[in-house]
Design a protein around this ligand. Structure first.
Ligand SMILES: Nc1nc2c(ncn2[C@@H]2O[C@H](COP(=O)(O)OP(=O)(O)O)[C@@H](OP(=O)(O)OP(=O)(O)O)[C@H]2O)c(=O)[nH]1
Ligand SMILES: [Mn+2]
Length: 179
């Protein structure tokens, strides 16, 4: 086992956990938010069969700039430019109106790098499974249905990246009547 890689990945997990420490998911159990990034990394490694360290660290960090006080500079300083660039590709600009943010995510998906596409595929697979499990507090069925339709538009622009993850996403879309 590569000691340096294990040390870097563990440092990254700890960094992400501290950044997300006060955040909770929108489910009724108020699951600690960190479960999401760790779950996304786990999907990439153990369902997508991808163990590229930069991809797995970017998965752990993928919501830190978007949702915490973390900066891209901080990520680059601690984890390097390659990881930082993947995080940049998967970070929505929260200063934009929501609809514009969601439109841009569909558009950017097409031209993003294969490493960013992997993170995005796993992010969507995690969130869609969460939606199948439980409706987020304050959401309506319409909002859930809209998320599935929007998520499929993003995923359709990520295809050709990882057949295992795309197949599992299509099973979910099929179950939702979206095919
Ligand atoms: N399904 C589900 N989602 C939850 C839960 N708690 C937090 N979320 C997050 O909410 C976001 C989806 O809600 P939206 O209202 O569409 O997005 P917004 O928070 O960015 O406005 C996702 O963010 P994201 O990871 O940035 O993904 P995405 O919106 O870019 O797909 C998801 O991770 C939960 O319990 N269930
Ligand atoms: Mn996410």
């Amino acid at each position: 086992m590569d000691n340096e890689a294990i040390k870097k990945y563990t440092k990254c997990m700890n960094f992400a956990a501290k950044k997300h420490s006060t955040q909770r998911r929108k489910d009724s159990e108020e699951t600690p938010y960190i479960n999401h990034p760790i779950g996304v990394a786990n999907i990439i490694a153990n369902e997508g069969d991808v163990t590229d360290l930069d991809v797995l660290m970017a998965a752990l960090l993928h919501d830190t700039v978007e949702d915490t006080d973390c900066s891209f500079d901080e990520i680059e300083e601690h984890f390097g430019a390659d990881v930082c660039n993947i995080v940049k590709e998967v970070t929505d600009d929260k200063s934009l109106p929501k609809m514009e943010r969601k439109r841009l995510q569909i558009e950017h998906a097409k031209t993003s790098s294969s490493k960013a596409k992997l993170v995005k595929l796993a992010d969507k697979l995690y969130n869609l499974r969460d939606l199948q499990r439980e409706m987020p507090i304050g959401w309506t069925k319409e909002r859930v249905d809209e998320y599935f339709i929007w998520a499929k538009k993003v995923v359709d622009n990520l295809r050709g990246t990882n057949l295992k993850l795309e197949t599992k996403l299509d099973e979910i879309f099929c179950a939702q009547g979206l095919k």
